[in-house]
Ligand binder design. Structure first.
Ligand code: ZN
Length: 203
């Protein structure tokens, strides 16, 4: 399986990183080895002094597809989740400045937190999902999928022009504002509405 991540999908987050608003979705991949194993702590890697959390709504693909039209995209997923796109921001900034790919900053071991899944049928509208991240019991990020520049079905259409989607692939749909640094002993908990979908400790 593969993980397809979307960058710069919420206006407020684009502003906080002083990025330009893209004309097309920004896409990058993470390998399956980046998934943080269940019940394991997240270890801050020794190559970064500035690892950030980015809470994101996840979509799990349940059918193989290529060139999927957005009208049919809803048939390609039936579970929604929540995760963290951990980012070594210092390393990413150095790579971005040189125009180099971001993988070392985003695709390292443990950099993808994948929480529990909820059936799509739980939601009245996947374009109005309220989600949040608590760090040490304080809400640090909160979002609503209605604020995405590209909605879930539009992302599936766009991604599948380039990459065949396969069963089990996961889409990280981008982070809202409020990203920040983690330090040892932080506890991160992710919520969709009132459902806690992950709880991890930073080491
Ligand atoms: Zn992200």
């Amino acid at each position: 399986m593969k993980i397809i991540c979307i960058g710069r999908n919420y206006t407020e987050h684009i502003k906080e990183l002083e990025n330009e608003k893209p004309t097309d979705p920004v896409i990058f991949l993470k390998p399956d080895t980046s998934i943080l194993l269940k019940k394991q702590p997240f270890f801050i890697p020794d190559f970064s002094d500035d690892v950030h959390y980015e809470v994101e709504v996840l979509v799990k693909i349940n059918k193989i597809g290529k060139h999927i039209d957005k009208k049919f995209a809803h048939k390609y997923y039936d579970e929604i989740g929540l995760g963290i796109d951990f980012t070594a921001r210092d390393l990413q900034d150095r790579l971005k400045a040189k125009g180099l790919p971001w993988e070392k900053a985003k695709a390292f071991d443990g950099a993808a937190v994948v929480g529990n899944w909820l059936p799509v049928s739980n939601f009245k509208d996947v374009n109005a999902i309220v989600f949040s991240l608590k760090k040490n019991e304080t809400v640090v990020q909160s979002g609503n999928t209605s604020h995405m520049l590209w909605k879930i079905d539009e992302l599936i259409e766009y991604i599948s022009k380039y990459f065949t989607l396969k069963i089990g692939d996961i889409i990280f749909t981008g982070t809202p504002a409020g990203v920040g640094k983690v330090v040892a002993n932080d506890k991160l908990k992710g919520f969709i509405e009132n459902n806690e979908l992950f709880s991890i400790t930073v080491k």
